[in-house]
Design a protein around this ligand. Structure first.
Ligand code: SF4
Length: 416
């Protein structure tokens, strides 16, 4: 139930990448530079909105006893429309507040950190711009998005703000028992001309919002499905065309990234990987899932843990970093000990360090999936969310970090 029906202070914010409206005491709205709503906080709940219209509501929940846990919920179509009208209501509330001369001391505007002078016409024009962004987001944008991108199955959490360039479509393997991201979709590598047109369309769709993107992610499930004769020139063209996205920044963002399937890395020479690294390609994310080959077979994962480790070493040898994705709960209760033991061995031997990452991804169903595949991957008895969190702690205790970053990878939170 919204309780923001009055305004005490109203702060308009503007950065290189975004606009914001802070409506005290209880609401904050954020928009990209094209005026599309990207996030909404009200009364303790945050809702993220993707370019494709997908909305995810989330917050931390602290029970009286036990550990904090995530509340994550995908909004239904009806709720998405309710969100639209709530945002419109709030912008109207801001407009009313602005129109009353008595409220002037409570209104401030910051542009890139600078406190700006009050200018009512300017602020009203700004509100009009945001209203237009909301209208477009709920009318033309969703259809336009679908013409530019195939459904984006998933991204690593540090790549949610990347510019996604789909150089290949789907997943060539597409048989892992826990994965629905590309189910029923054919897989292929796009031609150079198709990729160039796709990039033109993506740039035109994003418009000024491109300034808020932080890196370039080469989709879909495995960029190395493309041969060096495609991937290297594409990476170089993207680096030349979008230097602010492709160059590594001091804060750790910037660069080219992708998922990688170790099976395809065997087809890449060390020399080709080095050329790719010189374009600005920084990190490949490998879904290793488990260090146990028996559990990987249960997951119907192609290859072996050893092959994944060899792939990682090959990438690192060429000057790239790696992101390992470990599937918490893989093998269920029956396989838990083996999963922890063998995955710890894989992490210990992987020579990870600064620039690398380990993601811990709990075995949840993808949003919209029926859960059958997840249940199959967990075996006869699935671990609870708390048990999967405990499994992560066991792994981290067995293998302390050596400079690599570690984080949760909750697929339910994904929006693009
Ligand atoms: S987990 Fe990766 S390799 Fe397996 S089906 Fe999904 S996208 Fe393909």
């Amino acid at each position: 139930m919204p309780i923001t029906d009055r305004i005490e202070t109203l702060v308009f914010g503007e950065t290189v990448a975004s606009y914001s409206l802070v409506i005290s005491p209880h609401a904050t709205l954020t928009f990209d530079r094209s005026g599309r709503p990207t996030g909404f906080y009200e009364n303790g709940l945050y809702t993220a909105r993707g370019l494709d219209g997908h909305c995810v509501e989330k917050k931390w929940v602290w029970p009286a006893a036990g550990e904090a846990r995530r509340h994550i919920r995908i909004l239904s179509k009806t709720e998405q429309y309710q969100l639209r009208y709530r945002l419109m209501d709030l912008l109207n509330l801001c407009r009313d507040h602005l129109s009353d001369e008595n409220n002037r001391p409570s209104i401030r505007r910051f542009v890139r950190g600078r406190d700006e002078e009050f200018n009512r016409d300017d602020l009203e024009a700004h509100l009009d711009f945001l209203v237009q962004g909301i209208v477009r987001a709920w009318t033309t944008d969703v259809g336009r998005f679908a013409k530019v991108w195939n459904p984006i199955g998933i991204l690593p959490p540090d790549q949610y703000l990347s510019l996604v360039v789909q150089i290949s479509e789907g997943c060539a393997w597409n048989k892992c028992s826990f994965c629905d991201f590309y189910a029923g979709r054919p897989s292929r590598v796009r031609t150079l001309d198709e990729i160039r047109r796709h990039v033109d369309n993506a740039e035109s769709f994003l418009g000024p919002a491109l300034a808020g993107r932080c890196s370039i992610f080469l989709g879909d499930a495995n960029a190395f499905q493309a041969p060096p004769s495609v991937l290297i020139p594409v990476a170089q063209e993207l680096a030349d065309r979008f230097p602010h996205l492709a160059q590594a920044q001091d804060d750790g963002v910037g660069g080219l990234y992708s998922f990688a399937d170790p099976a395809r890395l065997a087809a890449w020479s060390a020399a080709d990987l080095q050329v790719l690294a010189r374009t600005g390609y920084r990190r490949a994310y490998l879904g290793v899932e488990s260090g146990s080959d028996a559990i990987r077979r249960q997951l119907n994962k192609w290859g072996s843990a050893e092959l994944a480790a060899e792939g990682a070493l090959k990438l690192k040898g060429a000057g790239m970093a790696v992101g390992f994705i470990v599937l918490l709960g893989a093998g269920g209760r029956a396989g838990a000990d083996e999963h922890v033991r063998e995955t710890a061995a894989l992490l210990r031997n992987a020579n990870l360090g600064p620039g690398d990452m380990v993601y811990f991804s709990p075995l949840f169903s993808a949003p919209g999936a029926d859960g059958t595949r997840t249940a199959q991957a967990a075996g006869r008895e699935a671990l609870s969310e708390e048990e999967m969190a405990a499994q992560r702690r066991s792994l981290e205790a067995l293998v302390p970090p050596r400079g690599e970053r570690r984080a949760l990878y909750d697929i339910r939170e994904f929006v693009y």
